[in-house]
Design a protein around this ligand. Structure first.
Ligand SMILES: [Zn+2]
Ligand SMILES: [Zn+2]
Length: 201
């Protein structure tokens, strides 16, 4: 999102707050509904802030509205969805609730795939391969995520490559760097990008 876009969306928000027609159960700014809510990693799904159910929390609060991590109408906008293919064993352990996190190796590929960096105006930008290679080298047990944001709020997990494979979509609660558990597929003593899985979408 460019700075100009941000300004426009601020004006649009204000305009819709004041003038948009009001239908109960539909946010007058973003059009979200209870079945198609907005999501922010820090605040979770949006909620109604007015008694008539025409304004959602993520549009009412300018801070959440401006946050680049906020996704409005998460279902119809397609969400920001990371797609991962797992073997059936790991997929099933996640599905059954036994395994609450998924591991990805600390490589330039996965860093570019999972994170954006923030530019000086606070807008998310893709990370270059070169920058990712540098990050991969410097990340040890402690990830310094300052200046980085997640590209996705959701992850769709597929059980293998089969045509009729099972899938499920979960919120990404947070991402850390650390060692994983061997019984959940991590190698002992090795650091990974850890995706903490949240609730079902
Ligand atoms: Zn809204
Ligand atoms: Zn909303």
């Amino acid at each position: 999102m460019t700075h100009e876009h941000k300004k426009i969306s601020k004006i649009r928000r204000w305009f819709r707050l004041v003038f948009a027609p009001r239908h109960s159960g539909v946010c007058r700014v973003c059009g979200c509904t209870e079945k198609d809510p907005c999501f922010n990693p820090e605040y979770g799904n949006c909620w109604w802030v007015d008694r008539d159910l025409t304004l959602c929390s993520h549009c009412a609060d300018p801070k959440i509205f401006q946050d680049p991590a906020t996704v409005h109408r998460i279902n119809s906008s397609g969400g920001k969805r990371l797609q991962l293919v797992l073997t059936y064993k790991w997929w099933h352990m996640i599905h059954s609730g036994e395994k609450p996190e998924e591991y990805r190796e600390i490589t330039p590929y996965w860093i570019c795939r999972i994170f954006n960096k923030l530019d000086q105006e606070g807008n998310p930008q893709p990370i270059s391969q070169k920058e990712a290679a540098k990050l991969a080298e410097t990340w040890s047990a402690n990830l310094d995520t300052r200046g980085l944001v997640l590209k996705y709020n959701l992850v769709t997990l597929y059980a293998g490559y089969d045509k009729n494979r099972k899938e499920e979509t979960r919120y990404i609660e947070r991402v850390t760097i650390g060692t994983g558990r061997v019984e959940w597929g991590a190698e002992s003593g090795r650091s990974y990008i850890i995706l903490k899985l949240g609730g079902h979408v």
